[in-house]
Write a protein that binds this ligand. Sequence first.
Ligand code: AMP
Length: 576
Amino acid sequence: MEYKDIIYKTPVKEGLINYEKTFEGFDWEEVKNHFKSFSNHGVNIAHEAIDRHTSTDHKDKVALIWEDDDGVQKGYTFLSIKRQSDKCANVLKSIGIEKGDRVFLFLPRVPELYISIIAIAKVGAVAGPMFSAFGPEAIMDRLLDSNAKAIITTPELNQRLNEVKDQLPMLKNVILVGAKDILNEDELSYESEMNKASEVCKMRWVDPEDYLYILYTSGTTGKPKGVTHVHNDMISHYITTKWVLDLQEEDVYWCTADPGWVTGSVYGIWGPWLNGISQVVYNGRFDAEKWYSIIEKHKVTVLYTAPTALRMLMKAGDEVVKKYDLSSLRHICSVGEPLNPEVIKWGIKVYGLAIHDNWWQTETGSIMIANYPCLPIKPGSMGKPFPGICASIINSKGKELSFGKHGLLALKRGWPSMMREIWGNRQKFDEYFRISGWFATGDTAYMDSDGYFWFVGRADDVINTAGHRVGPFEVESALVEHKAVAEAGVIGKPDTERGEIIKAFIVLGQGYQPSEILRKEIQDFIKKRLAAHAYPREIEFLESVPKTRSGKIMRRVLKAKELGLPTGDLSTLEED
Ligand code: AMP
């Protein structure tokens, strides 16, 4: 990287002012002191994020500014979120939800989603947020694996649940938001129950190590795994939000992620509210003009979004930016996929702001590597490790590699928000620690001589499409459930807008011929069964797919062929 490419910032007056000095003297215990409850009767993140503020002058401060794509708007103060979540906690108690029970959320980004997540924490239960684009199979996998006891959803989304409900004997209650029709025996109306519930609820104090939420994420093999996090994560949530997102008292903050993904839960709920910040939630699809109008209308000061969205804003052009007053914006952050230097340069040109990339994953529970307002940005780099985080580039034997060498991105365990379990799967959990002394992230990267980390790729076959992690195995399994599909191999294909798109190579069963109609039918089948974001945008019909002698599909060969690269030594691959 040439020096002219480094972007220097103006001096920072609040938050993280001196990275090097803070990094040197950092101690997680000192952050913990911020939370009074750690020293007495037990903790609860809901107390720290919401209730605590209602005995301060934050009581009447706006916590949530909500808007949907029809332009309907609602506002909630910290006090109103406290009252609503107390009521909702009482509803959960009335149906027998106890500490440790898994309660899933299958909702669009409506206020009830945010209120319910706080309420679930208040009763000491474990929240399982699910992305509303999931199909019946994805829903069933999660509810079944975690033995979920209740789910909060809408009548519309409930139709997808109903397709698999007979296979979920542990699921006792379905709470429906906005139900108008007569309900089934196990269904309750959110609104009627809330009307009956008391506004006073006793907080369930828990141990910092008690579970808070479970989010399912994809790996190379098998079904999605339940990454489980605890109340203790609040230490990381609080301080990373403060120093990376740089949130300050007067900020109006907008995280564009859905709570069904880890960014939307950690930095779209907990982090900002632990810091007592007003946040915007937009329940609607991406639309450049709509996004700009939200920034203008609510005077958003800090935006946290993803490279795909930024690339789509860039595609919408410079002229549309001029139609809106975006002068409130003072800090933009990005996560989820590699952020192209061109996007950063474009951001400086049109917004007058450098976009700050950061890196983390569901398993780490909070931002691990970041570009900070107080440090120069090297466009294309993920930045430097957060204070208290030891990140390194290692080889498969755990040896640390020198500057510039590509290797595995690994972390030393010991930060507060590291996942505590892969739900019910000790073996999968242990796989992360297979290299002695390290937590292996599954990514490859390198570090330059200034200590900046640069993303190279995944060490496995996991696909990252528009910031969403998709396991090829899940898509392949769903594909072969289609009557016409005999075999399928799935890869991530580089794409300028979405980072990667999902491409499927399909061998058809006897009697089926490739056609456009069949292609579309298979795509719709995956959208409905698995999830709207997980369908293969490209399908290529083949006579056969390359396989090892033991029958495993060689995705590496498919990918190399697709990219026009050498396929490597096939004889060794066949022994895999
Ligand atoms: P998830 O757990 O779904 O948030 O996905 C985490 C994965 O997304 C990481 O392991 C990376 O592969 C990718 N990722 C997250 N942030 C970045 C980033 N800033 N640059 C490149 N890849 C990223």
